[in-house]
Design a protein around this ligand. Structure first.
Ligand code: ASP
Length: 343
């Protein structure tokens, strides 16, 4: 009996206390915001059927993340799940639907970051990972590094259990046609033929839908997380890497301020360290989320950048801002049903 009492005092009571404390930490509030890229998205090229498909894919992606947050799961798990769903859809420029580079190869980048402890992981230039975001998560959790590139990144992720996909898995007719158009445009620019250039400029506008995907979340413990995944830009050359896998440029999360995921012409987002810029304005300038996003957008525009970003802060405020015609986006919270928008 004395022994049982001893066990109770030493183990059960402290365990219950910790458990109760953890439970107390559970707040009502959670938020999940996603994007499926920004860009010209002209109403004429988006048929009602296609619009429906996009909206339903975004809704499902939100559901994947919401199920996790709703049952007390972590923000980092929710953003990974939402991005993974969009990577598996051929509609977005990430995973399955990735665009082709100049050599006709799908070369993908992804990044994930946990605002709780600033741990993060990223992969770039991977060609055979079914879900690059899974690779980024493995780099974050199971390597001593933050950012891996190319064959080495792939080798590491596959050794840790990432799913392999043959290049044929990433082939979609739609992306192939975009790629051919983009290559044609290169030729036209060299020709300096203004009439043809105008025609091809229009063609390029059609191509310029930055279908990158991203998610940011606040969980019930007050943690923030962000994830971004992309095939980059159609017809990109020389192993070009965009902003998406770069911590502070296309992706950032800190519990001290906010979580951000960007989409747009990566070069400008890298130059503007856009994701971190929003967080820094909150941390050092005491701006609220919306003010910080507005100021960063103005700064991005000043250097010629176009695109958008989604962000959520520790209080559950969120923002979805873009300076293009549209941005595929959605949000769900503990007390509001999913809302999906394109324009
Ligand atoms: N930001 C991506 C990149 O530059 C493109 C995109 O957002 O679609 O690689």
């Amino acid at each position: 009996m004395n022994f049982l009492k001893f066990i109770f005092v030493i183990f059960i009571i402290p365990f219950s206390a910790v458990f109760a404390q953890e439970n107390q930490k559970i707040k009502e509030k959670y938020v999940l915001v996603i994007h499926g890229g920004a860009g010209t998205i002209s109403k004429s090229s988006l048929t009602p059927e296609l619009e429906k498909e996009y909206k339903s894919a975004l809704k499902e992606a939100l559901k994947c993340g919401q199920n996790i947050l709703d049952t007390g799961g972590l923000a980092i798990t929710a953003v990974e799940a939402a991005v993974k769903y969009m990577e598996d859809s051929p509609l977005f420029n990430a995973g399955k639907g990735s665009v082709f580079n100049h050599d006709g190869v799908n070369e993908m980048d992804a990044c994930i970051m946990n605002g709780k402890d600033l741990t993060c992981g990223a992969v770039a230039g991977v060609t055979n990972l079914k879900n690059p975001i899974e690779g980024a998560r493995l780099v974050k959790d199971s390597s001593k590094y933050v950012f891996l590139y190319g064959d080495g990144a792939q080798e590491f992720c596959l050794s840790k259990g990432a799913t392999y996909a043959d290049s044929s898995y990433f082939f979609t007719d739609f992306r192939w046609k975009q790629y051919i158009k983009a290559r044609e445009k290169d030729t036209m620019i060299l020709d300096h033929d203004t009439t043809s250039l105008n025609y091809n400029y229009k063609a390029l506008e059609e191509i310029e839908k930055f279908g990158t995907v991203g998610a940011v979340a606040l969980d019930r413990y007050g943690n923030l997380a962000a994830a971004t995944s992309t095939g980059g830009l159609t017809n990109k050359e020389y192993n070009r890497i965009g902003d998406s896998p770069i911590v502070g440029a296309g992706t950032y999360a800190s519990n001290r301020s906010c979580a951000v995921s960007c989409t747009g012409k990566g070069e400008f987002f890298i130059r503007g360290t856009v994701a971190r810029d929003i967080a820094a304005r909150m941390e050092f300038g005491s701006l609220d989320l919306n003010e910080a996003c507005e100021k960063t957008m103005t700064r991005l525009e000043k250097i010629g950048g176009s695109g958008g970003f989604i962000a959520v802060d520790k209080r559950g405020n969120f923002s979805m801002m873009f300076n293009t015609k549209g941005m595929y986006r959605g949000v769900v919270t503990n007390d509001k049903k999913a809302s999906i928008k394109i324009y």
